[in-house]
Design a protein around this ligand. Structure first.
Ligand code: NAD
Ligand code: MG
Length: 381
């Protein structure tokens, strides 16, 4: 039996994790959490019968208690509740399907409690990668990547030796604005940016894909997950999202993982690693595939990627600044308070004005997150 807890169970990754649970009778869902989608959390609780659930606020928790009077489940709320879900005694593995830096505390708590982590919540690794990876080593827990590119790299690494890695080729679809100029990006709308060509995902990561900040965050995520130098991580645009990423070894061999654009595969691989199980769904049909295109990313237009390389090379708190500025800027863009290109401007200004430090601890990371939020609020008044 695989005993699984999920933070962020009502989102894109969360609901697909529950699809895997529906298809695999030996998955037991111990605990679930959601921000505010009370209807779906109620439905999930009735179907999967977890011991514990958590919702964003006290008021929503009280409402859920009324609705779930007939069900034997403990109901918590807020950050304390998230941490309880993350550390629940009966679980073996935590799926971090929550979005943003709010995932840091529950992830750290789960590692301290000895839980393996199926990690989708990349913002946690981007900002606290140095803390998470060394803590995981100390506690002998596995960090299993759910992000499709990182799962592909992880799959391509099986049976090989870390010292033989020459390069990681991280693929990117290029998003809905691939090929556009800066001028053409000036007035794009939220609706335009939410139209991803290949993947259906939560709103924040979909905007990040349009700006290519997502690929920048993924370079940093790969740096921590696979302990590689950022200079050895090469981003390749592969518009059809068929090659999910590749590892090049020192003898010149390149090993890739290919497949359809379906997040259930990396989720299932993380949950049952090293076992591969049957997965319902489409297969690649090479006879219908006319081409697999590969291009260089346009880092002068899609500055998110350029800034991310700069942030990880600078180190310290700079990846936190990049990530926090992006989280805030994307929220403002989704509320139609700023234009698309302002996302890059706000990241740039935050990176230029922050005071960096080496080897930050968790408290320093949260302080910097707050500084960035205040800084951007003062800029956008
Ligand atoms: P989503 O927006 O669809 O879902 C986010 C989940 O987190 C929801 O259940 C929501 O209720 C919960 N949540 C959000 N804010 C919360 C808060 N303040 N308190 C408690 N819960 C909160 O997001 P998603 O697309 O599933 O992405 C989740 C993570 O996985 C992100 O870090 C994303 O970058 C990463 N990821 C997603 C995909 C994908 O295909 N969706 C692919 C790769 C990586
Ligand atoms: Mg990805």
């Amino acid at each position: 039996m695989r005993n699984v807890a999920i933070i962020g169970s009502t989102g894109s990754i969360g609901t697909q994790t529950l699809e895997i649970a529906r298809d695999n009778r030996d998955i037991n869902i111990c605990a679930l959490s959601a921000g505010s989608n009370i209807d779906l959390l109620e439905k999930q609780t009735r179907e999967f019968k977890p011991e514990l659930i958590c919702i964003g606020t006290y008021e929503l928790a009280e409402e859920l208690k009324l609705r779930l009077k007939d069900v034997d489940v403990r109901i918590t709320y807020g950050m304390d509740g998230l941490i309880e879900v993350a550390c629940i005694e009966s679980s073996d593995i935590l799926v971090t399907a929550i979005v943003g830096m709010i995932g840091i505390k529950p992830t750290v708590a789960a590692i301290n409690a000895g839980k393996d982590i199926a990690l989708a919540n990349k913002e946690t690794l981007v900002t606290a990668g140095h803390i998470i990876m060394s803590l995981a080593k100390e506690k002998h827990v596995s960090i299993l990547p759910v992000d499709s590119e990182h799962s592909a790299i992880f799959q391509a690494l099986q049976g090989n030796t870390h010292g033989d890695i020459a390069k990681i080729h991280l693929t990117a679809s290029g998003g809905p604005f691939r090929g556009r100029t800066r001028e053409e990006l000036k007035h794009v709308t939220v609706g335009d940016a939410l139209k991803h060509p290949n993947w259906s995902m939560g709103k924040k990561i979909t905007i990040d894909s349009a700006s290519m900040v997502n690929k920048g965050l993924e370079v940093i995520e790969a740096r921590w997950l696979f302990d590689v130098n950022p200079d050895d991580i090469n981003v390749v645009v592969q518009p059809q999202s068929i090659i999910h990423s590749m590892v090049e070894y020192r003898d010149g061999a390149v090993i890739a993982q290919l497949g359809t654009a379906d997040m259930r595969l990396p989720i299932q691989y993380a949950l049952f690693y090293p076992e591969r199980r049957y997965l319902r769904g489409d297969r690649l049909d090479f006879s219908k595939l006319s081409e697999i295109k590969l291009e260089k990313p346009d880092m002068d237009t899609f500055l998110g990627l350029k800034y991310a390389y700069e942030a990880i090379k600078t180190g310290g708190l700079m990846p936190t600044v990049l990530n926090a500025a992006n989280e805030k800027a994307v929220a403002l863009f989704l509320q139609e308070k700023i234009q698309f290109l302002d996302i890059y401007t706000l990241i740039r200004e935050s990176m230029d004005n922050c005071v960096n430090m080496e080897n930050p601890q968790l408290g320093d990371i949260f302080d910097m997150e707050q500084w960035v939020y205040n800084f951007i609020e003062s800029r956008c008044r």
